[in-house]
Write a protein that binds this ligand. Structure first.
Ligand code: SF4
Ligand code: MG
Length: 322
């Protein structure tokens, strides 16, 4: 009855208005088991809130959430299947707790490993996360930032999750260390068959690892596409603006204009299309009517009135420079 029956790790449907969670406004998202989804948006886009709802940590004020076919609110067993990995391992690791205890505590409590097994179990998690188990009696401050993030990862893996929600998990690391941690996530995915919701403010971080990219703007999903399609044929003017800021994509034939201006306050988003004050292609309809998130080709969704060919001005007027 549970698990992979429908092949979905996450199925999320949130109502248009979230009376309590102002950050989100109408979200439909499904994540097939085993998929690596990159969820990208500026701060204030609601991506962390969405991550917490998808992890079952935060109930939506209206709508439904299913994680591996179960409701996190109705069935506590869901929580064992999901682990979150945050930006700052410094804040999530107890400075007075030795690494062996930090990693081994929860598996002991949950009966995943017994007292006699726990030491070997901790060593195995450390090896999996690329850490030398010889250092397991050390404290977090005796490790580098990248190693501390590996400790958080080992601790998460110790609970044998099937779904990882990573919220800016490499954002505080140097670029070379970022690449190492991203490689680790890829390895784990291959070896453990994990599903990922990988949240980042930076498209470059997900560029080489995501199967699918989802873009959020002021509480709404504005574009969602398989990664190859996303980078080759971005549809939404906001996405095109974000891509303009990635240097290695600048060689491409099409060049887009970067996004101008600041993101408005999520507490008072602009009417119609939330993006209209910053959009180089905005027209009258955008100021009054919310564009629906619609499939433009199978698997590729975008929320922009320009896709409504009958009612929109010609695409040539968009931010694209041929
Ligand atoms: Fe721009 Fe209008 Fe499309 Fe919004 S709906 S992204 S304002 S063209
Ligand atoms: Mg955040």
């Amino acid at each position: 009855r549970f698990g992979r029956a429908d092949g979905l790790a996450v199925k999320l449907h949130l109502a248009r208005r979230q009376p309590v969670i102002h950050a989100l406004d109408g979200i439909d998202l499904t994540i097939p088991t085993g998929e690596f989804v990159g969820l990208v948006g500026e701060s204030g886009s609601g991506k962390s809130t969405l991550g917490r709802i998808a992890a079952g940590l935060l109930p939506p004020s209206s709508g439904t959430v299913e994680v591996f076919g179960r409701s996190p609110q109705g069935d506590r067993s869901v929580h064992r299947d999901v682990q979150l990995i945050f930006q700052d391992p410094q804040a999530s690791l107890n400075p007075r707790m030795r690494v062996a205890e930090a990693i081994g505590e929860a598996p002991l409590v949950h009966g995943i490993a017994s007292r006699s097994e726990i030491d070997e179990y901790v060593c195995a998690q450390m090896r999996r996360a690329g850490l030398d188990p010889a250092y397991r009696q050390r404290f977090p401050h005796q490790f580098s930032g990248g190693q501390r993030q590996r400790i958080s990862i080992a601790r998460a893996l110790a609970l044998q999750p099937r779904f990882l929600v990573c919220d800016e998990s490499v954002a505080s690391l140097d670029v070379s260390i970022q690449a190492q941690i991203l490689n680790l996530f890829m390895e784990l995915r291959r070896d453990l068959d994990l599903t990922y919701l990988f949240i980042s403010h930076d498209l470059r971080v997900v560029q080489h690892i995501a199967d699918r990219v989802v873009i959020m703007y002021l509480g709404r999903i504005v574009e969602d596409a398989p990664a190859a399609r996303f980078f080759a044929h971005p549809n939404h003017p906001y996405t095109q603006g974000l891509l303009a800021e990635i240097p290695d994509l600048k060689q491409r034939r099409r060049v887009y204009a970067p996004v101008k201006g600041e993101i408005p306050s999520p507490a008072a988003p602009p009417p119609g299309c939330h993006f209209h004050p910053r959009c180089p292609s905005a027209f009258d309809r955008c100021r009054v009517e919310r564009p629906a998130l619609r499939e433009i080709v199978p698997g590729h969704r975008s929320a922009c009135h320009l896709n409504d060919v009958a009612a929109a001005p010609a695409r040539a007027q968009t931010g694209e420079i041929a």
